[in-house]
Write a protein that binds this ligand. Structure first.
Ligand SMILES: Cc1cc2nc3c(=O)[nH]c(=O)nc-3n(C[C@H](O)[C@H](O)[C@H](O)COP(=O)(O)OP(=O)(O)OC[C@H]3O[C@@H](n4cnc5c(N)ncnc54)[C@H](O)[C@@H]3O)c2cc1C
Length: 476
């Protein structure tokens, strides 16, 4: 078995974890990465003598397998970070996760009353289920709270109306949030007695989220396997329904026994030979949303306390702000300035995606000032990073075309499909790491994990744990 030659496309968390695991088990792996470094969306960069991620990257998992591999790679080189995140709306900052009394005070008694009334109205006479995000959230929290705390942000992020957004997004990301739960915890768990959950704290590598994947690269190479950066794959070549080779962008063909792909599912399918028209048509219905990151260097320290903020304000185009100085001090490297990152979301045809960098930086500076968060501190540098295909868009009805594409890809022997844009799943790092681990088990242990089943609501763990300052803490 170990003589099998494996190719992996994409060195993001999914692909590189698969490579790491397989190389540990003696397989000969070749990992192909289009960009100049590993880590995918979870990479870290050196910028203005500091370290930054591509926006906020909080690692969190309850799956022992995922946590164990993370700790195996990171060792003791992490710190627990106290999470502070707020929502900026109507010139006020609301704690997020929402704290009912903080929200009430900031909304004012009248709006708070309207939110309560709209919540009870919904409980007494729920709106008929229609499968949309708007319907799901409204039925759970009432329309008023939906319109204040969910609508603007979600529409900025996804670029479509919440009526067109599938409830899967809510079901996967906010299903455990309940209004009563939040009120109960605010009333009966006072600050002093409140047990610090890992939602309040998270483990973060001293050199940024990308450190995990850079270390995996070193181990893979030490194990005798190969990582090729700046080497995009053009296509997977199949013969008689079996994946047999890769074609590099320079046209070179390389033969393998098994191929794991985490490249965009749309590119994978469009470039396969003999794909039936109905699969190509289905694939054309899968859309992605892009991200534009604007990094700004602000001449000051301790400028605001949040790790990141959600910008719900309608009059601002940005959706999120990250302050890297509030993650671990090591990122700041003793500099006197602070690097922040603003996120803008766009489709390819949107004006902002096609604007030049200078214009986007100016917009970022202007919007940052408008929040009041940096006062009149000087902004001395700006840099734009564009990330295409950052978010798989869960438009209502997306499951049907996705199922067709999944069925076709599953029918191809010796091909495994994993990852966020690789499998069209709204993954966090932990889900992509898990996909990589399970893809490796399928090959090395002849297991039959259904990789398409792994979603952000995946909870089928054999063992539950969390990472604490002391290491892995088992849970019941
Ligand atoms: C702004 C932002 C904030 C986020 N916040 C968090 C967070 O707080 N917590 C969290 O856990 N996760 C977060 N995530 C999600 C996390 O970044 C992703 O879930 C994770 O990186 C996905 O890993 P992946 O390997 O599936 O895909 P990716 O990270 O997208 O990696 C795919 C890799 O494939 C490569 N590739 C593409 N095409 C080719 C090709 N043709 N040939 C070769 N290589 C190719 C790409 O260059 C890339 O390196 C965030 C993401 C973003 C964008």
């Amino acid at each position: 078995m170990e003589n099998k030659k494996i190719a992996i496309i994409g060195a993001g968390p999914a692909g590189i974890t698969a490579a790491y695991e397989l190389s540990k088990r003696g397989y000969s792996v070749e990992l192909y990465e289009a960009s100049d470094r590993v880590g995918g969306l979870s990479k870290s960069l050196d910028l203005w003598n500091q370290r930054v991620d591509l926006g906020p990257h909080r690692f969190f998992s309850q799956d022992t397998k995922v946590n164990a591999v993370w700790l195996e790679v990171v060792g003791k080189d992490y710190k627990m970070v106290d999470r502070l995140t707020r929502i900026y709306f109507n010139k006020k900052f609301y704690y997020y996760p929402l704290k009912p009394f903080d929200a009430l005070v900031k909304l004012g008694i009248w709006k708070g009353f309207l939110c309560g009334m709209s919540y009870f109205k919904q409980k007494i006479a729920p709106t008929r289920k229609d499968g949309s995000f708007e319907n799901w959230v409204t039925n759970r929290f009432g329309y008023k709270l939906f319109s204040i705390f969910f609508k603007t942000y979600s529409e900025k992020l996804w670029g479509i109306s919440c009526k067109e957004l599938d409830e899967d997004f809510a079901a996967q990301r906010i299903k455990k949030l309940s209004l009563f739960g939040a009120i109960w915890s605010a009333l009966f768990k006072s600050k002093g007695t409140k047990h610090k959950t890992l939602v309040d704290q998270f483990a973060y590598p001293l050199e940024g989220s990308g450190m995990v994947y850079e270390r995996m690269q070193t181990k893979i190479e030490e194990n005798g396997s190969k990582v090729f950066c700046s080497t995009p794959i053009n296509k997977v070549i199949t013969e008689n329904g079996t994946a047999v080779a890769l074609e590099l962008e320079n046209g070179e063909r390389k033969e393998f026994d098994h191929i794991i792909s985490s490249m965009p599912i749309t590119r994978l399918v469009n470039n396969l030979n003999d794909t039936p028209k109905e699969v190509l048509d289905a694939c054309a219905e899968l859309k992605f949303r892009n991200t534009i990151l604007v990094f700004l260097k602000v001449e000051g320290q301790d400028i605001f306390p949040d790790n990141w903020l959600y910008i719900h304000a309608n009059d601002l185009k940005m959706g999120r702000i990250t302050n890297f100085s509030n993650w671990v001090p090591e990122l700041n490297r003793g500099e006197k300035s602070t690097i922040i990152a603003l996120e803008y979301w766009a489709f390819n045809e949107d004006q902002i995606w096609n604007d030049d960098d200078e214009k986007i930086i100016d917009l970022g500076k202007e919007e940052m000032r408008a929040t009041g968060l940096i006062g009149d501190l000087e902004i001395t540098e700006g840099k734009v990073v564009r990330i295409p295909k950052c978010y798989p868009v869960y438009r209502m009805g997306y499951q049907e075309p996705l199922k067709k594409v999944e069925a076709h890809l599953s029918s191809i022997q010796n091909l495994s499909v994993i990852g966020r844009y690789g499998a069209f799943k709204y993954n966090n790092q932990d889900h992509s790491i898990l996909m990589g681990l399970l893809a490796a088990e399928n090959i090395s242990e002849n297991k039959n994990h259904d990789l398409w089943e792994i979603n952000t609501d995946y909870e089928n763990y054999q063992e539950k744990s969390t990472i604490t300052a002391a290491g892995l803490e088992q849970k019941d």
